[in-house]
Write a protein that binds this ligand. Structure first.
Ligand SMILES: Nc1ncnc2c1ncn2[C@@H]1O[C@H](COP(=O)(O)OP(=O)(O)OP(=O)(O)O)[C@@H](O)[C@H]1O
Length: 614
């Protein structure tokens, strides 16, 4: 009870303290608070972009600069209102971010951060060469903001605008992270394949985050220009960007409050150093850079998750249960709409002459088979037979070298993984792809991405609550289905591997699939858990879901499936019911070794199982 009261009242106490703070501060203190607020806003965008989205940006100050110069030019040179300046600043910043993002966000690994340095360097260079913008000296005499007839010329008045805006941005970002879009954004680090499997588009999510963080930097730039009433290009160079990144890292890149804490620490520390270092040496400014570099190194060694991450780790030691993040269920919540399942027996998937080459290696060679609605089909074969590659081809994770695949009466040979997922094919992965730092409920809820619609704006404004309740209602049902009811708020990373595989099945079921493609779901499960999994899969078959399964535990597979497709060396060896497969000499030879002598030791256990089952 006291914890609930704390969670409810702590934000109110912070708001009240911030409201009253100017009464206790002089002009200098208020000026510092304004700098902290503006810095925190840019750092907050970086927490979203770098911490959540995994895109490291060394060019965020450039967006602050584009916005600051836009409003400076419109108000000081054109004599228009700062409020028009705000719209113009957001338009130029958002437009620039969209173009830069489209040009750079497809770059992988270290190329993307390097590209951010490129535009981080070029934007201030361009600004300093435009005469109409004051060239190297910048622009002064920027008019103050007015609200009605009230001028925000004093730093005390700007304080409330800056911190009020920061509060709104914080609220919007916090709502966004807890939404359907936010769950997908928080999963960006899990890779495009995970996102595509739930019907989400990693590139567009990254682009949205990029533009969002740039718009937040743009808001900060607008406030900066009208707070300092002066802009110059050097403020917005790469040095400035590194400063913002430092704030986010010091505070904690993974939590929104980190932006605020980091900005306060960096600005207050810089201010103190500027007072103290000149007393120690005549080269105080150079010493300041060295002190900050050392601080950065120390942080990377000792507390990579920043102050916030450190505090959370400490708090977790004393916390009794993880804090709930999902809205609690309500009696009147309607379930999500379901798709109608195809009639039992209808062919829903046809693979024809499917071939996939990796250089000179033919991983899948001219394989054809059909799958009918309501079947459980096993895809088996010795290690390296091409099963996972076949799954990747069917689900669209990789492209075919030749052949065709049709699913639900559509040729899906050239469709993306995401489009195939939207048609009703859900999958799990041989190497589990979960978000370890997200709760079980959030991981499962992610699976409904393709079935639900709420966009970024609705999420940020908190207009998605009805859909969120529907998603979490179903996520709780799916969790209960795999035996994890009551553990919704635990972290997925804390589960044993076998249970993580079950969690992947629950996530796949959230897509309301026509067909479930399971890659070694029983690996890591104990005997009793395997029996429960078999029961779950049989129940799903009764519910009309078609299942294709790769599994090495022959005993498990033979008792579960209606039909088997056997692969060996990339080709289809045979197809038939379990009894026929057990009897087949070719299959026995493949599993016993035969010509595959080098695989014998690996497969002895499987071969024995095959024999046992027979
Ligand atoms: N991306 C890739 N690049 C190159 N070769 C690959 C790639 N993916 C798979 N292969 C090769 O294709 C062959 C089939 O691999 P695949 O993983 O599909 O077999 P599998 O039957 O699933 O094996 P296992 O049961 O051990 O998982 C192997 O020789 C593998 O090394």
């Amino acid at each position: 009870m006291s914890r609930i009261l704390f969670h409810r009242h702590a934000p109110l106490a912070v708001v009240a303290a911030l409201f009253l703070l100017p009464l206790a501060l002089g002009n200098f203190g208020i000026g510092l608070m304004n700098d902290i607020g503006i810095g925190a806003m840019v750092a907050l965008g970086l927490v979203m972009l770098t911490g959540v989205g995994g895109v490291t940006s060394f060019g965020q100050a450039a967006f602050v600069g584009i916005a600051a110069y836009s409003t400076a030019w419109l108000t000081a040179a054109q004599g228009l209102s700062p409020w028009l300046g705000l719209l113009f600043a957001l338009a130029t910043t958002g437009g620039a971010a969209l173009v830069i993002g489209m040009l750079t966000l497809r770059l992988g690994s270290h190329y993307l951060p390097i590209s951010t340095i490129a535009w981080g360097l070029s934007v201030p260079l361009v600004l300093s060469n435009i005469e109409a913008l004051g060239s190297h000296t910048g622009m002064s005499n920027i008019v103050p903001i007015h609200i009605g007839g009230y001028s925000l010329a004093s730093s005390g008045a700007m304080y409330y605008l800056i911190w009020g805006t920061l509060g709104l941005v914080y609220l919007f970002s916090s709502n966004l992270l807890r939404s359907r879009q936010g769950r997908a954004m928080r999963s960006l680090r899990g890779g495009n394949s995970l996102l595509a499997s739930v019907g989400a588009d990693g590139y567009h999510l990254r682009l949205k985050l990029f533009v969002y963080s740039a718009l937040v930097a743009g808001l900060a730039g607008w406030l900066y220009a009208h707070n300092s009433r002066y802009v110059s290009p050097s403020t917005f160079d790469v040095h400035g960007s590194i400063n913002y990144l430092l704030m986010a890292v010091v505070g904690g890149l993974l939590q929104l409050p980190g932006a605020l804490i980091g900005s306060a620490i960096v600005i207050l520390l810089r201010n103190t150093l500027q007072d103290v270092l000149p007393l120690l040496s005549s080269r105080g400014t150079q010493l300041e850079v060295i002190v900050f570099s050392l601080l950065f190194l120390l942080l990377l060694h000792r507390a990579r998750a920043g102050v916030c991450g450190f505090a959370l780790k400490l708090a977790a030691k004393y916390r009794r249960a993880p804090a709930p993040v999902a809205p609690p269920p309500r009696g009147d919540t309607q379930p999500l709409a379901r798709r109608s399942q195809p009639a039992a027996g209808k062919t829903i998937l046809s693979a024809r002459n499917v071939t996939r080459r990796f250089g000179g290696l033919v991983a899948v060679n001219d394989v054809s088979f059909d799958i009918a609605a309501g079947e459980i089909v096993g895809l088996i074969g010795p290690n390296g037979a091409g099963k996972s590659t076949m799954f990747n081809l069917l689900t669209g994770a990789i492209g075919l070298s030749s052949g065709t695949v049709s699913f639900m009466d559509r040729d899906v040979t050239k469709l993306s993984q995401r489009d195939i997922a939207q048609l009703g094919m859900a999958r799990t992965f041989q190497h589990v792809k979960l978000r370890p730092q997200m709760s079980l409920l959030d991981n499962v809820a992610l699976g409904a991405h393709g079935r639900t619609r709420s966009g970024l704006l609705a999420a940020g404004l908190g207009l998605d609550k009805h859909e969120e309740r529907q998603i979490f209602l179903e996520a709780r049902t799916q969790l209960a289905r795999i035996g994890l009811a009551g553990r919704e708020h635990e972290l997925a990373g804390a589960l044993p591997l076998g249970t993580q595989r079950l969690l992947e099945i629950a996530r796949a079921l959230m897509g309301d699939p026509v067909m479930l493609v399971l890659d070694e779901p029983a690996a890591g499960l104990r005997h009793g858990e395997k029996q429960e999994l078999a029961e779950l899969l049989k129940q799903l078959r009764r519910d009309g879901v078609t299942i294709m399964i790769v599994e090495h535990d022959m005993d498990f597979v033979m008792k579960l499936v209606d039909r088997l497709v056997v692969m060996n060396f990339g080709s289809k060896l045979m197809e038939g019911d379990p009894a026929a497969v057990r009897r087949d000499a070719g299959v026995q030879a493949a599993y016993l070794g035969g010509d595959l002598a080098e695989e014998q030791s690996d497969n002895t256990k499987q071969a024995v199982c095959l024999g046992d089952a027979a």
